[in-house]
Design a protein around this ligand. Structure first.
Ligand code: GDP
Ligand code: MG
Length: 160
């Protein structure tokens, strides 16, 4: 049975997901949140953010030498994003599956990128690629007091 234990593994694993500026403009916020909620994940952080250049540079530090980096910075700062933290068993890996591939053209129908976008430069959503990245990204985008622990009343119907 489900017993709450704050931590980063098991049912308390967390991931960082963000609806990018194109996803907000295209009114995909509700649809995307609906998918995570219905899957059974728990929302523990949520805000609308206009990301600064500094935040984005830190977030995409590993890509700083890529040829598309400048375009990526301007894309990601072109409007507000919806930043979220979702919690649940194996949520990092599962969220990546729900997103689809980095390139929407390679993403299967049924995934978010496979259903709602066409090009890699406008792929509507971000999701952490590992538990370690999730941890780093959550602390980068959220203050400790912006993350909420709450008891999900349906948890007994989601976890055995
Ligand atoms: P992700 O983890 O699936 O988001 O993919 P990456 O971490 O490899 O890249 C981060 C983001 O950079 C992607 O989601 C795209 O928005 C963008 N990106 C990646 N590859 C390319 C590319 O070849 N061209 C352009 N324009 N953008 C890219
Ligand atoms: Mg990535």
């Amino acid at each position: 049975s489900y017993v709450f234990q704050p931590g980063w593994t098991g049912v308390n694993e967390r991931t960082f997901v963000a609806v990018k500026p194109d996803g907000v403009q295209r009114k995909l916020v509700g649809e995307i949140m609906w998918r995570f909620e219905k899957r059974g994940f728990k929302l523990v952080g949520l805000k609308l953010v206009q990301a600064s250049e500094d935040l984005l540079r830190e977030h995409y530090w590993d890509l700083r030498s890529k040829p598309f980096f400048r375009d990526l910075m301007s894309y990601m700062s072109s409007g507000p994003m919806v930043a979220m933290v979702w919690e649940g068993s194996d949520v990092v890996k599962t969220a990546r599956k729900m997103l689809g591939e980095t390139d929407p053209a390679a993403s299967l129908p049924g995934t978010i990128r496979g259903d709602f976008c066409v090009e890699v430069g406008r792929n509507v959503i971000h999701g952490s690629d590992s538990v370690q990245s999730a941890r780093k990204e959550i602390s980068l985008w959220f203050k400790q007091n912006e993350l909420h622990c709450w008891e999900d009343s349906s948890s007994h119907w989601i976890y055995s």
